[in-house]
Design a protein around this ligand. Structure first.
Ligand code: BGC
Length: 757
């Protein structure tokens, strides 16, 4: 049997860095491979020198000062600090702030830390920069729809550049939670349902935020969150309990975190949720055994907002002292907002309930990262740089580009799209058509509504003078009444084409934004129906942060674009796609259900003993719903057409440690230049533990001119073919594997390989 350490991303990393590989142990029975370990620590600074400085500082610190380094306090939403913070910083009782930002304000606090506090330890300034700082990119779920890690990395780099210029040294991103439940509002913050795609995106974002050296003036320290299992909240209700087998945890929820650690992420945020009975912010299995032990993570762990105090509400800790002890013992180094470490650790140590060594270890981790950030040498932000760097034209251009790449064409009957730029008249309808604020989506950093190009503005800028553009909101997003319906219908009747922009407001996804219904809110579906009933060819443009149940629209409306929350340049990017300056090439990173009752529904599910069979009642089905999704994972159309042919494998039989290449021709057989995302899936046909019907193991987005053909090659190795066996060892077992290469998680070309001992 071959035991391996799993990894991922080799099939998209070709054009990026090549990840180091090394063999750690070798015996007759097992080979332990460490695939994709961090190439280097995040900073080129000699590690020993940093460790010496950390130890020297630690020796001078009082217990109070040590606990100060483990404390993060919250500024106000507008970026200001509170008056009482000044004194706390002066006394060395705070190690980091969240939300305080802007070069001037950050410098004010930092000056007190490095000039007036006894040990002159600089502060960290953290902020949620998930998809842009001032220039806002599509929400992360949207960016993931691009299936383009290089574009995602670029977006994160620009976000880092702007944030760092504004004094933010640390982003609470990437959010790498796998989410299989669209009711959960936070699905918008991550990369969807798949561990492979999620890992690729996690790596891309960590590289984008941190670069090779996060002390650089255009980089920030990253924080992979929320460790772990948060996305599996029961009922899709935020903050709710999760119960996951260790196998599901290791195979589905942990891989993106591991990928982030491999990419050198400096910090990890422990999650709010209860995980198998032990809340994630006090869970020694995940925080110590896996993160520090197995993955050798040497950065630090920050709790989520008051998550340590919440151990009491969870029923794990009887009081604040116990909560502090459990969290620190489990390996949560820094406490966000609640102040239980500062309050209780001194007496816990005195009573022998906690060791000074545990405190020192946490402080060491925090200081190490501060040194790596270069804060001791360059603690201040540069106000001139802030003014020069935010919202630069090239940042906006990049945001427009990736927003267009993130758009998914869900339907295009009769080639209604792209629209001609010289139509006589166009009706632009819907509550989100001329909306600036909502285009930013949730967690929009310092993004401002006034910077946003609305969809209406984007369309107006695109069409020629001969096209009359009529606009009517029709109804509100959530309103019970729909006063503007008649006017919208009237305008649609007069127009050659109607574009109806419907969806959710930004607050309807993100944190504390779970929904029990996936329908379009308010009267929006009625609005779509009324416009469609006019007989004017209708395009639905969706603006939303989660898969919506849009069966009626999918059945009746000829053209549908999924645009997510597309950011500052939303209107331009959407118009680029509507009018064919950009051919859409995005693919869904998450399954769209037909109705909420199908949840959880995800492509990489297990088979069942009784697969659905329409002729047999006693098979796995619903009485009142299909079992198939409305749109599957990996799905997305184009204005052109692609054909995959000539699937070839370099070998049909291989040993468990060997690799096989899989190659295919992809040809643009349609009329326009466009992109296809070629996707590689596998299925382990019979194994000692049942395996998913399909698992994504590689993808590549290619751009082809009409008639152009390209050969795309993937490599399958042990890290792709392996899984956790009954002893929870990562193994490749002998037997048959099906290989699928296609343009979504359904269908495609097929072949088989056999792994032999
Ligand atoms: C969220 C985190 C976020 C933190 C700081 C929490 O409520 O769960 O994702 O980073 O607040 O804003």
């Amino acid at each position: 049997m071959i035991a391996l350490r799993p990894s991922s991303d080799r099939n998209v990393a070709k054009r990026s860095r090549s990840w180091g590989r090394m063999i750690r142990g070798l015996s007759l029975m097992s080979v332990v491979l460490l695939v994709g370990m961090p190439v280097s620590p995040q900073s080129p600074r000699p590690a020993d020198e940093i460790e010496r400085k950390v130890e020297a500082l630690l020796r001078q610190m009082t217990l109070e000062e040590k606990l100060g380094q483990l404390q993060m306090l919250d500024g106000d939403a507008d970026g200001s600090y509170r008056p009482e913070h000044l004194d706390l910083v002066r006394r060395g009782l705070v190690g980091a702030f969240l939300n305080v930002r802007g070069a001037r304000r950050v410098n004010e606090l930092q000056r007190i830390a490095v000039e007036e506090s006894r040990l002159k330890i600089p502060l960290l300034f953290g902020f949620d920069v998930l998809h842009g700082y001032r220039t806002i990119f599509p929400v992360p779920l949207g960016e993931a729809s691009s299936w383009d890690p290089e574009a995602v990395e670029r977006a994160a780099h620009i976000a880092a550049t702007e944030a760092r210029a504004a004094g933010v040294t640390w982003t609470f991103a990437p959010m790498v939670d796998i989410a299989r439940d669209p009711r959960w509002g936070r699905i918008v913050e991550g990369s969807g349902e798949d561990p492979y795609l999620g890992s690729v995106m996690a790596r891309a974002r960590v590289r984008g935020f941190q670069g090779h050296d996060y002390s650089a003036p255009d980089r920030v320290l990253a924080c992979a969150k929320h460790f772990v299992g948060y996305g599996a909240a029961e009922g899709g209700r935020d903050y709710n309990t999760t119960d996951l087998s260790e196998r599901t945890l290791r195979e589905v929820y942990l891989p993106p975190f591991r990928a982030a650690v491999e990419a050198g992420v400096g910090t990890i945020m422990s999650a709010f949720n209860d995980l198998n009975g032990i809340p994630a912010s006090a869970n020694p299995l995940t925080l110590r055994t896996i993160l520090r032990g197995e993955w050798t993570f040497d950065g630090f762990v920050l709790s989520d907002y008051t998550a340590i105090e919440e151990l009491i509400a969870h029923g794990l800790a009887a009081d604040g002292a116990e909560a502090a002890r459990l969290a620190l013992d489990a390996g949560v180094d820094m406490e966000m907002v609640s102040r239980l470490y500062a309050r209780h650790v001194p007496h816990l140590i005195k009573e022998g309930k906690l060791s000074m060594a545990a405190v020192d270890e946490a402080v060491r981790r925090v200081l190490r990262v501060k040194f790596r950030l270069g804060l001791f040498e360059r603690p201040y932000a540069d106000e001139a740089r802030e003014r020069a760097l935010v919202l630069r034209p090239e940042h906006r251009a990049a945001a427009r580009g990736i927003a267009a790449r993130s758009i998914v064409l869900l339907k295009n009957d009769g080639g209604l799209l792209p629209l001609g730029k010289n139509l006589r008249s166009l009706a632009v309808i819907g509550p989100l058509a001329d909306d600036q604020k909502n285009m930013l989506g949730p967690w929009s950093g310092d993004g401002r509504a006034e910077d946003v190009v609305t969809i209406l503005a984007g369309i107006r800028a695109k069409v020629g003078p001969e096209t009359q553009v009529h606009y009517a909101p029709g109804c509100g997003i959530t309103d019970a009444a729909c006063a503007g319906m008649d006017e919208a219908v009237r305008l649609a009747r007069q127009s050659d084409v109607a574009i109806v922009v419907v969806g959710e407001s930004a607050e309807m996804s993100g944190e504390a934004a779970s929904r029990a219904s996936l329908d379009l809110p308010g009267r929006q579906l009625e609005l779509v129906k009324a416009i469609h009933a006019t007989g004017t060819p209708t395009v639905v443009v969706l603006v939303n942060g989660r898969p919506l149940a849009i069966s009626w629209i999918a059945d009746h409306v000829p053209a549908i674009l999924e645009t997510w929350f597309a950011g500052t340049e939303a209107g331009h990017a959407i118009a680029d796609v509507l009018f064919g300056d950009v051919t859409p090439g995005g693919k869904l990173p998450v399954t769209f259900p037909r109705s909420v009752g199908q949840i959880p529904i995800y492509y990489n599910h297990k088979m069942t003993g009784r697969p659905p069979d329409p002729r047999n009642k006693y098979t796995s089905k619903y009485l009142d719903e299909e079992v198939t999704p409305l749109f599957p994972f990996g799905y997305g159309l184009s204005y052109t057409e692609f054909r995959l042919t000539n699937l070839q494998l370099s070998a049909r039989r291989l040993r468990p440690t060997e690799r096989v290449t899989v190659s295919v021709d992809v040809e643009n057989v349609g009329p326009r230049t466009g992109d296809e995302v070629v996707q590689l899936y596998i299925r382990d046909v019979a194994a000692s533990v049942t395996r998913p019907v399909r698992e994504l193991k590689g993808f590549e987005r290619v751009t082809l001119r009409p008639g152009e053909k390209r050969r795309v090659t993937f490599t399958l190795g042990p890290e792709h073919l392996g899984f956790y066996n009954r002893q929870m060892r990562f193994v490749v077992e002998p037997g048959e594997f099906r290989v699928f290469v296609g343009t979504s998680s359904v269908g495609g070309l097929e072949a088989s390989i056999e792994v032999v001992q």
